[in-house]
Design a protein around this ligand. Structure first.
Ligand code: ZN
Ligand code: ZN
Length: 1551
């Protein structure tokens, strides 16, 4: 579908953002590089971009066609329509989505040599879309989002739609492969890349790009373009981003490019040349402190390791500007330092250190290929002493040699690739250009200018340097800049005028006299504007001292006068900006780049959930409403009916919705929109949720979840955990889960029960229960199911995140390893004998235990007799596909699947015994160690509790949450949270720092936590610390190997690995010490490290292990889902590529037909049994190119009849069914009878038969269907049988019954079929059977097929129209309730028990309480809960991560108790699972019955540690509980009464 047009663009890119009346937003894009138009839908709940690349649905021929479609031929009204020229970014930030578009563009370089226009964004607009979900966002977050939208874009950003301009011209790379150092919207453009529309969001650069055309006396015209790209590696403003950062880049770092070419008519070759230089602050650690009193800021150089990373900086430059032939010689980097040198000058310290830093680098020999040369040229002093002209001359003198030696790149663009071989030099071509570039000369190395800020002096000096090159560039292109006068009056010597670089030798006056000045002034103009832009971006004000750039123009004198006043003004402005807005602008830049989001937007999800109940989902069973509504309840799933009030026909005990999701997913949330009339009691009060892959196995995942009464239209989010296995449930008697004495887990979830996951969930059944008190009809509003779906389309297309998952699967499959936490402990022989104390992240994969990815089981631990070869993967007992029943019960793939190996539990017990051997009481540190051991052993909490109970130990005894001193909880949590932030910061920097560089080898680095295992001790002699002596006697003790010793940066003593604190300790120590931030290297011994820091590391490590375990479980489930769709050898993707698959599909489909049941949209209603070794049933519906070519699906041999109930992806007009024949072909014995029915719902009796076919009779006439497939079938139509319907049938479900006649006596011998049957999937079992006696079940004919395609046209779903209830219904809705809620007066209330309990005292005269009102909490759920455990950034949008907040959601309950009876005792009245609503929303919970009590207790239970305060409103509350969860003033008791009974008091105490 992609049709890049390389030349002769017919249209400009056009973007239309249409907002419908329903608040739904569509982005309609017609790219200049394509001829069609795409419509992208923004999901109004999740903000996810939705685009399926389907012609007629979201791909159109024209923009008007697209607009017509989304407005249903203008029947729907557009609230607003915004026209734009380009998309610059899109991002979802919690409940806000931001779309950044350019509304006005300036074609600042209209036509580069070889084509391509550079546009500068002259006007942009942020479109804010408020999403309809109740995600809580803090005030600080809202403010941060607002600040992001205030970032200056206009005039300072540019892009090219067709060419890569992030690299020196001409780029060797294609547009879609830019250099990340100069891409500013990488994060913002990710949403478009994720949906496969990478070209729809441009690649945005920051800085300046413009050009000028100039004439010359030689009549040859020339073009000069100046492109200045700002590096994004050290973003920020003047006083915050100076010198180096930990990404090895400097503040205000810019690459400049001066491109000169001769304009030519199209079809002619274009000669050009290009010169590159660099500017930036000095590459070492330094800064400046602003003092309000002093005129100048005080400059300081970091006292610790100020040159750390300097070498890496020059390495990056070397890599970029290295064009050496055969890599011989050196790459020159010439630094022109323009600082003041004189004694007493504040800049002098920088000059000295600059020099010292280069000596340091030279001494380390880290840059073998680079020659760094430093030129000092004190610009200001020279101007003051010698004047401007001599200063310029002096500069030229210094620059001459380096400029000439570095040279320029030159060549030409040739229109046709016909004569490529004639080109002498480097040839550059790619898909973005039609011809090619021939480069005859290349610039090698670079000149780098700096002053203090890399602003004013730098801009001036680099102009005069570039000016010399410019005149040379013109000369080489035959553009004569030599002034007539000089040319004529001298002796007309050609030799003089042709001398290269001749102007370097001229004085200023000579230069001025001999040169045509108008081109020079044009160039100066470009530098002036560019200088102002960079100055503004860095300091918020224009450049100073720039009058010198006009020195060649007539108005030079005037400019100078004006300049003095101007400089004064700018200086003041800069001071102001620095003091007031710098930090805010710094934050803006970070957010724009997607950095430090965990700080600026702590609750925002990187990968929001998808709404899977919208679009293609439908209700399997119609539910009848009171209205004569035609859609049988389907409107409950449609956003267009957001304001709908659906009303049941009569009072009902339950209302059940059978929802078939549009795509398979793991279900995470239920989102309800409260909907009722004047009486809010008609909305249901509780809901049960069941989920399953099909109708056959539905698991109860949520029972009796409370739905409070809420104002109409309130969004209520109910988190859905995974199903808890019966085993886990039984292991833990969780009936008393929230007994009042339960201690809160402030540190981490000690009890954590992990739910099962299933990414193939398709059916969700909601059972709503009305409140017992009502007997009226039930009302419902919109219902949404949110979940995580795997990127199936990407997976099949091997693109984007899907490709990443593929790679993950493939490598894991091949290596038989994965990144599970080290499970060596499960093997008793390994325990205590190895030095393998590395945490999982740093583990050498080869040392990891072998893990079967299909089952997630540790192969080592499974069976000792099983050899660890690939064969074990093919063991039929591991087959994930053949046995549905077994499979359904074992979704979870951890050790939880199997009965826990005795060894793990025993191990745990022996650890417990070791730790309690000396002192029976377990301390906090020991308890944490024990938990770490448990997690490393992969023992679930339930298994732990069981193991402990078996030796008569109460699990509470080992619970660190209880053991810890209460007074320590807060500081420990805080330290651990800080550590998490520092760890994430350091990872982000590490990743950014790698841009443009080879990754550092940090194998010998200290690990982040360095938590020792139980029994591990100091190595002895070579260690001077002995922090961990070998007091514990274990049969086999682990000793750290002596060779790995470090030097403690505290006490400077030698220390072994065991006695070191983890690397995180240095981060935390530096952070609290407030020292400079470049000292993350080095280690510290445990004696020098505070205990609180060590504890924080331990806590963080526990959190990391829990998260890692969950992640590996989720990953294993994802891999398993793969296996169940494409077969288990999914890792070996065959060469049958997408292109061929599309072609094959085209051959199978007739005009206008589509494949309607293709996975993931199509699926089954019921489970299907397969033979052992068969391809999975879902493979029948998978795309043609997935799975192995030779594999196919087979029914069990005992089955002679199979009924497949296929659910189509959409309501469709079906014209037939195509069956792709298995590679083995059909024979008379296994050719099936085929019968097909269609229907719109699951009631079998309502289906209608559309035909019956006998394939046996067919194969006699079509012998090609028989026997094994010939291998050379490329380009041919795949073997298939088409069952045409007489007329098209509109339906959603298709029954396909395949039946064969069983031969009673089997006398079939092994034939070719047999070999094929067993060829691919199951060679081992095949071999086995071959050896066994003939006539086994395998030789029986069975039902089999390769693929089933349902073909026809999808029908467009009816777009919901506004709908009116009948007047009687309206009246019923508007009827006020009989009773209203009134406030029960409360005497006093106070918080007790860690602020988790609210005690209310009620005066005895008060009325009975009927329930309580709870105002929505204002705490947020932070995204970052622990430090990262691998080099993959978990907060990077492009990585495929499973967010634990969704998989194991934090859920709060509120438990209400009352003082009752005689003698008085506390009685639990009720417990409610609290759904999430927006902060402050009033929610009303009725008690089971009205109660009277003088004291009421409201206790918050559940995952309180999953919540935190927004940094903006939180601060240090001195308590572990988030202030936003505080119950004070949040709860009000109420009673029901008739308004007239209360008289005038009614209005006062209404609630
Ligand atoms: Zn030691
Ligand atoms: Zn020390």
């Amino acid at each position: 579908m992609d049709s890049p047009v390389t030349a002769g663009r017919l249209r400009n890119t056009s973007v239309v953002v249409a907002t419908l009346d329903s608040s739904e937003v569509y982005i309609i894009v017609s790219l200049s590089s394509r001829t069609d138009t795409q419509a992208v839908y923004i999901d109004p709940t999740s903000g996810a971009l939705v685009h399926d690349k389907k012609l007629g649905y979201d791909v159109f021929h024209t923009q008007d066609e697209a607009l017509n479609y989304i407005t249903d031929d203008s029947k729907l009204v557009c609230k607003t329509i915004l026209y734009a020229k380009a998309i610059l970014g899109y991002v979802v930030l919690g409940s806000t989505a931001l779309l950044l578009v350019a509304t006005k563009l300036d074609a600042s370089i209209p036509y580069l040599p070889g084509g391509g226009c550079v546009y500068t964004v002259s006007e942009s607009k942020w479109i804010k879309i408020l999403l309809q979900n109740p995600q809580q966002q803090g005030k600080g977050e809202v403010k941060s989002i607002q600040e992001l939208t205030e970032l200056e874009i206009d005039g300072k950003h540019y892009f090219c739609e067709t060419r890569d301009i992030t690299r020196p011209f001409p780029s060797r790379f294609s547009l879609q492969n830019p250099d990340d150092e100069f891409v500013w919207n990488g994060w913002l453009s990710f949403a478009f890349r994720r949906i496969g529309l990478e070209q729809h969001c441009v690649i945005l650069l920051q800085g300046f790009a413009n050009y000028r055309t100039f004439g010359s006396l030689g009549q040859q015209e020339g073009n000069v373009a100046l492109i200045a790209r700002r590096s994004r590696l050290h973003p920020g403003t003047r006083y915050l981003a100076r010198g180096l950062n930990s990404c090895y880049s400097t503040g205000n770092e810019i690459e400049c490019e001066q491109l000169v070419w001769v304009p030519k008519r199209s079809g002619e070759n274009v000669p050009f040349n290009v010169y590159i230089w660099r500017r930036g602050t000095i590459p070492m650690w330094w800064g400046a402190e602003l003092k309000m009193t002093a005129a100048e800021a005080a400059i300081y150089v970091s006292d610790r390791d100020p040159y750390k990373g300097s070498a890496r900086y020059y390495q990056r430059l070397t890599k970029r500007y290295d064009t050496r032939k055969n890599k011989t010689g050196l790459v020159p980097i010439v630094c022109v330092n323009l600082l003041r040198i004189g004694e007493g000058k504040s800049e002098n310290i920088l000059v000295q250190h600059f020099e010292e830093s280069l000596n340091h680098i030279r001494s380390t020999g880290q840059l073998p290929d680079t020659r760094i040369h430093l030129i000092h040229y004190d610009w200001h002093t020279s101007v003051r002493l010698k004047g401007e002209q001599q200063t310029i001359e002096g500069l030229w003198y210094h620059l001459k040699a380096p400029t000439i030696s570095i040279g320029i790149s030159e060549g030409d663009y040739q229109h046709s690739r016909m004569h490529m071989d004639d080109c002498e030099g480097e040839k550059i071509y790619n898909d973005d250009i039609s011809g090619f570039f021939c480069l005859r000369a290349l610039q090698n190395g670079v000149i780098r200018y700096n002053c203090a800020d890399s602003l004013d002096r730098t801009n001036a000096a680099s102009y005069f340097g570039a000016l010399q090159v410019f005149t040379e560039q013109c000369r080489r292109l035959g553009i004569l800049l030599d002034n007539d006068a000089v040319y004529d009056h001298n002796t007309r010597k050609q030799s003089f005028s042709d001398k290269s670089w001749k102007r370097f030798d001229m004085t200023f006056e000579e230069f001025k006299r001999s040169t045509v000045l108008s081109p020079v002034c044009h160039l100066a103009e470009l530098f002036l504007i560019s200088g102002d832009i960079h100055a503004t971006l860095y300091t918020g004000s224009k450049a100073m001292h720039s009058h010198i750039l006009s020195i060649f123009s007539d108005e030079a004198a005037k400019a100078k006068q004006f300049s003095v006043a101007q400089n004064m003004k700018i200086n003041l402005q800069r001071r102001y900006n620095n003091a007031v807005t710098d930090s805010s602008r710094h934050k803006q830049l970070e957010m724009f780049l997607g950095l430090r989001l965990f700080k600026h937007l702590p609750s925002v999800s990187i990968q929001p959930l998808h709404v899977l109940s919208r679009r293609f989902s439908f209700l399997l069973k119609p539910i009848a409403s009171i209205d004569q509504h035609p859609d049988d309840g389907d409107s409950l799933l449609s956003f267009k009916q957001k304001n709908l009030i659906w009303i049941s026909q009569q009072a009902a005990d339950i209302i059940q919705l059978f929802i078939y999701l549009g795509e398979p997913c793991h279900v995470c949330q239920l989102l309800l929109t409260t909907s009722h009339g004047a009486d809010d009691s008609t909305y249901p009060s509780t809901v049960d949720v069941r989920t399953g892959r099909d109708l056959d196995v539905l698991k109860l995942v949520l029972e009796g979840a409370s739905i409070p009464r809420c104002p109409n239209g309130t969004n209520i989010m109910i988190p859905i955990p995974g199903a808890i296995s019966d085993e886990d449930m039984n292991l833990k008697t969780r009936a008393s889960l929230h007994a009042p004495q339960t201690n809160p887990s402030f540190l981490y979830d000690f009890e954590g029960v992990e739910g099962e996951m299933d990414f193939l969930t398709r059916v969700v059944v909601l059972t709503f229960y009305p409140a017992e008190s009502t007997s009226s009809p039930v009302t419902l509003g919109e219902v949404e199911i949110l979940g995580i779906s795997l990127p199936w389309r990407d997976i099949f297309a091997s693109e984007g995140p899907g490709l990443k998952l593929w790679e993950r699967v493939t490598t894991s499959n091949n290596n038989n390893t994965n990144s599970f936490p080290s499970k060596t402990g499960s093997n008793p022989d390994v325990f205590g004998l190895t030095n393998d104390v590395l945490p999982p992240a740093k583990c050498d994969t080869s040392r990891n235990p072998q893990v079967d990815l299909l089952s997630g089981e540790d192969i080592n631990s499974r069976s000792d007799s099983q050899p660890m070869t690939e064969i074990s993967l093919l063991d039929p007992s591991l087959d994930t596909c053949h046995d549905r029943k077994e499979d359904n019960g074992s979704q979870r793939v951890s050790v939880h699947d199997k009965t826990p190996t005795k060894t793990s539990a025993q191990h745990y017990i022996s650890c417990f015994e070791i730790l309690t051997a000396l002192d029976n009481r377990l301390g906090f540190a020991e308890a944490m160690k024990l938990e770490i051991e448990r997690l490393r052993l992969n023992l679930s909490t339930a298994e732990r509790d069981k193991a402990l109970s078996s030796i008569g130990i109460n699990p509470a005894r080992v619970n660190p949450n209880i053991i810890i001193e209460e007074s320590d909880i807060n500081s420990l949590c805080k330290a651990a949270n800080t550590l998490a932030m520092l760890g994430q910061t350091s990872l982000e920097d590490k990743i950014t720092g790698c841009i443009g560089l080879d990754p550092l080898d940090d194998k010998n680095d200290m690990d982040f936590w360095n938590i020792n295992r139980i029994g591990e001790g100091c190595c002895g002699e070579s260690c001077q610390i002995h922090a961990e002596p070998l007091t514990l006697t274990l049969t086999s003790t682990s000793i750290s190997s002596p060779e790995s010793t470090f030097i403690c940066s505290g006490c400077k003593r030698r220390v072994c690995r065991v006695c070191c604190a983890g690397k995180g300790a240095m981060l935390l120590r530096n952070n609290t010490g407030g020292s400079s931030n470049n000292d993350a290297d080095g280690v510290i011994c445990k004696l020098c490290c505070q205990d609180s820091i060590l504890d924080a590391l331990t806590l963080d490590y526990v959190r990391v292990l829990i998260s890692q375990l969950r992640n590996s479980q989720a990953e294993a489930v994802a891999f398993k889902a793969f296996a169940q769709v494409v077969g288990k050898n999914y890792g070996k993707k065959e060469s049958f590529n997408k292109y061929e698959a599309n072609k094959a599909l085209d051959l199978l489909l007739r005009d206008d037909e589509e494949s309607l049941a293709e996975f993931p949209f199509g699926s089954y209603l019921h489970s299907i049994e397969s033979a052992s070794g068969s391809a999975p049933p879902l493979s029948l519906l998978a795309s043609l190119d997935s799975g192995l070519q030779q594999s196919y699906w087979r029914a069990p041999a005992s089955t002679s009849c199979v009924e497949l109930v296929i659910v189509l992806g959409n309501l469709s007009d079906v014209s037939g069914v195509v069956l792709l024949v298995s590679p083995c072909g059909y024979s008379i014995s296994d050719a099936p009878n085929v019968q097909i029915w269609t229907s719109n719902n699951i009631h079998k009796e309502e289906r209608s038969c559309v035909g019956k076919w006998d394939v046996r009779s067919l194969i006699t006439s079509s012998p090609e269907l028989c026997g094994p497939e010939k291998s050379d079938k490329e380009g041919q139509t795949p073997r298939h049988i088409r069952f045409d319907f007489r007329n098209t049938v509109r339906c959603r479900l298709i029954w396909v019954k395949l039946s064969i006649q069983k031969v009673v006596t089997s006398s079939v011998s092994f034939g070719k079929d047999f070999n094929l049957l067993s060829f691919d999937e199951d060679p081992l079992s095949g071999l086995g059977r071959r050896a066994s006696i003939g006539g086994t079940s395998e030789t029986d004919p069975c039902v089999h097929a390769k693929r089933i395609l349902v073909v026809g046209c999808p029908v467009r779903a009816d777009i919901g129209r506004s709908f009116q209830h009948a007047s009687s219904v309206k009246n019923w809705l508007e009827k006020a309730p009989l009773l209203n809620r009134y406030k029960v007066p409360v005497d006093s209330e106070k918080l007790i028990d860690n602020d988790l309990v609210l005690e209310q005292s009620i005066s005895p005269s008060s009325p009975l309480s009927a329930g309580f009102r709870l105002d929505g909490f204002s705490a947020i759920k932070p995204q970052l809960t622990h430090s990262p455990y691998s080099d993959v950034n978990p907060l990077d949008a492009s990585s495929y991560v499973f967010e634990h907040r969704f998989i194991s959601p934090a859920v709060l309950h509120i438990q209400v108790s009352a003082l009752q009876g005689l003698p008085e005792e506390m009685v639990v009245v009720a417990e409610y699972r609290i759904p999430e609503v927006k902060g402050g929303t009033a929610t009303y919970f009725d008690f089971p019955k009205a109660i009277s009590s003088k004291k009421m207790y409201f206790r918050l239970v559940g995952d309180v540690n999953g919540f935190a305060d927004d940094p903006e409103d939180g601060g240090d509350t001195g308590r572990p509980l988030a202030a936003g969860l505080c119950l004070l003033n949040r709860i009000k008791l109420y009673y029901y009464a008739h308004p007239s009974d209360l008289g005038r008091w009614a209005s006062l105490s209404g609630i």
